[in-house]
Ligand binder design. Structure first.
Ligand SMILES: [Zn+2]
Length: 283
């Protein structure tokens, strides 16, 4: 269904360049802080649990992606969501160093370009998919990308056989609503909230053929969800819920229904990826 659309094949085609002089100055200042932090940081000696998420892995970023996984594996073990949930909920093991890796929205490159690397490196991963974007028609894709200024071209999304195949390997298919809805905008509409949350869960389970237990709310900041959204996620039977708020995971204390994650993207320099993997700005 997506054949008649043009899609970005590389990270450079996909991600929009920074526009405007203010944004460029902010970007330069941020890059300088990252460089300083990279020189200052050392691999953690203390235990940690750190969740990282990205959106895509394009063919041109595979070398950086692989280098990052190998570098991170020197510093911690990548665990799947059930293991992460057990570590957080039980507060153990207290002496480990752990990473959890996920990808939001459901882009095909994660499975096609990143999947073989993660299989090779034995790094489990979760893809949080917005179900309407899977096997999506052009109109649906256009309306999604119209709300995503970070992209300058459309990025191809998964089809259901790919989602099922990912879940049959070391991947997990998690839920990211049906339409990539901002839950705080629809929390006064119980039927719509249920459709976006429980409805998307049922769609995933129908196509993938296994339970869908993990949720990540679109946009991911604290203002993008409220108590009604949280209640609907719990009521639908999800057992973990991830945000996009950078923060510390504290086993035994962090709420498994509000797990912080650090964004990384694999067109970023390896140095910057490692700065986030080492918990920059967690304090
Ligand atoms: Zn998203």
């Amino acid at each position: 269904m997506q054949d008649d659309l043009r899609f970005a094949e590389t990270a450079a085609e996909a991600w929009a360049p920074v526009a405007g002089w203010r944004a460029r100055i902010r970007g330069a200042a941020r890059a300088a802080r990252i460089r300083i932090e990279a020189m200052r940081q050392r691999p953690a000696a203390a235990p940690f649990v750190r969740c990282l998420y990205a959106h895509a892995v394009f063919a041109d970023t595979v070398p950086t992606f692989r280098a990052f996984l190998r570098a991170a594996k020197q510093e911690g073990e990548f665990v799947d969501t059930p293991t992460l949930r057990a570590i957080i909920a039980d507060g153990r093991p207290s002496d480990g160093r752990f990473f959890h890796l996920s990808f939001d929205d459901g882009f095909a490159s994660v499975y096609e370009d990143g999947g073989p690397v993660m299989e090779d490196e034995r790094v489990p991963y979760t893809m949080f998919v917005a179900t309407d974007l899977i096997d999506a028609d052009p109109k649906t894709l256009n309306s999604y990308f119209a709300h995503m200024p970070a992209y300058r071209a459309r990025v191809r999304t998964l089809d259901w056989p790919q989602a099922k195949a990912a879940a049959g390997g070391i991947g997990e298919i998690g839920c990211h609503t049906r339409t990539h809805a901002r839950l705080s905008n629809i929390s006064g509409e119980p039927a719509r909230l249920a459709d976006e949350i429980a409805g998307a869960k049922a769609i995933i389970e129908g196509h993938v053929g296994r339970p869908c237990d993990s949720f990540a709310w679109p946009y991911g900041t604290a203002t993008d969800i409220d108590h009604r959204g949280r209640a609907a996620i719990a009521a639908a039977g999800f057992t973990s819920n991830f945000s996009a708020v950078r923060g510390v995971v504290r086993p035994g204390t962090t709420d498994v229904m509000d797990i912080p994650r650090h964004q990384v993207e694999f067109h970023w320099p390896l140095r910057e990826l490692m700065v986030w993997a080492r918990g920059f700005r967690e304090a």
